[in-house]
Design a protein around this ligand. Structure first.
Ligand SMILES: Nc1ncnc2c1ncn2[C@@H]1O[C@H](COP(=O)(O)OP(=O)(O)O)[C@@H](O)[C@H]1O
Ligand SMILES: [Mg+2]
Length: 239
């Protein structure tokens, strides 16, 4: 298995936020994690990428145990991460932001010109301060920064939050493109419906527990999921 999270319990200090969660991702897959606000999606993601140590359970990436390893070490094994908050350095330029993300020798990562070609929205903006970018451009920069080391697995935490619908579509289209070029994707999304539409499989979290899992199509078509997690109201039949 490519990424295997088994019975992971974790949180902050002693507070258990995610409770015995198991998820897995196969190489080449596009997997979504959805669930209401506060259900533990970001906590799970931070635990996978090494910003939080799990209290219990195991996490394996390419058959190597990684739970408890530093975020730095986990990144070097081939996991890219776009955090939900503060995912660019606003006081630095676009180019400096990309340089901050690049820690592999240049032969093992994308060159900056390759990255600007991959993310045309930030092309030509290299000496611009990140604080001058629009919300959509900043998310593209965060994505570019996470891609610089050619990660095998890209983990994204709500990359479309607070963006206008057109920009949401643009970011999601970019993710499909990244997946199609061979990068495995694990996506946490608030835009649950759109996320399920473009992913292979999905997991649903609620109050720190995994409550559903399955092919994205099945989740999208399930009346129970539609009603509780996708904001689609059941049509009541009055006789
Ligand atoms: N740094 C933190 N310290 C303590 N509790 C936190 C922290 N961050 C989040 N929490 C709590 O963890 C729970 C889940 O949060 P989070 O994982 O961010 O959910 P989601 O990403 O699904 O919205 C919430 O109840 C939140 O208050
Ligand atoms: Mg979150």
């Amino acid at each position: 298995m490519f990424l295997e999270v088994s019975d992971v319990t974790g949180g902050y200090d002693k507070a258990i936020i995610i409770d015995s969660i198991s998820i897995n991702v196969e190489k080449g897959e596009f997997v979504s994690i959805i669930g209401p606000n506060g259900s533990g999606k970001s906590t799970l993601m931070k635990t996978i990428v090494g910003f939080l140590k799990p209290f219990d359970g195991t996490i394996s990436f390419k058959n190597r145990r990684v739970e408890g390893k530093s975020a730095n070490k986990i990144a070097k094994l081939g996991i890219g991460y776009v955090p939900q908050l503060n995912n660019v350095f606003r006081a630095l330029t676009v180019q400096e932001n990309l340089e901050m993300g690049a820690y592999l020798p240049s032969k093992d990562r994308y060159s900056y010109s390759e990255l600007y070609d991959l993310f045309p929205g930030i092309k030509g903006r290299d000496s611009e301060k990140a604080s001058n970018l629009s919300g959509g451009e900043r998310q593209m920069l965060a994505l570019a920064r996470a891609m610089v080391n050619k990660p095998e697995l890209l983990c994204l935490d709500e990359p479309t939050a607070a963006l206008a619908p057109k920009l949401v579509r643009e970011i999601l289209k970019k993710l499909i493109e990244i997946r199609d070029s061979g990068t495995t994707i694990l996506l946490v999304e608030q835009n649950a419906k759109q996320s399920l539409k473009i992913s292979d499989r999905g997991y649903v979290l609620a109050i720190g527990k995994k409550v559903h899992e399955g092919p994205s199509k099945e989740l999208l078509n399930s009346p129970k999921i539609q009603e509780h997690y996708l904001g689609i109201k059941k049509v009541s039949v009055i006789d």
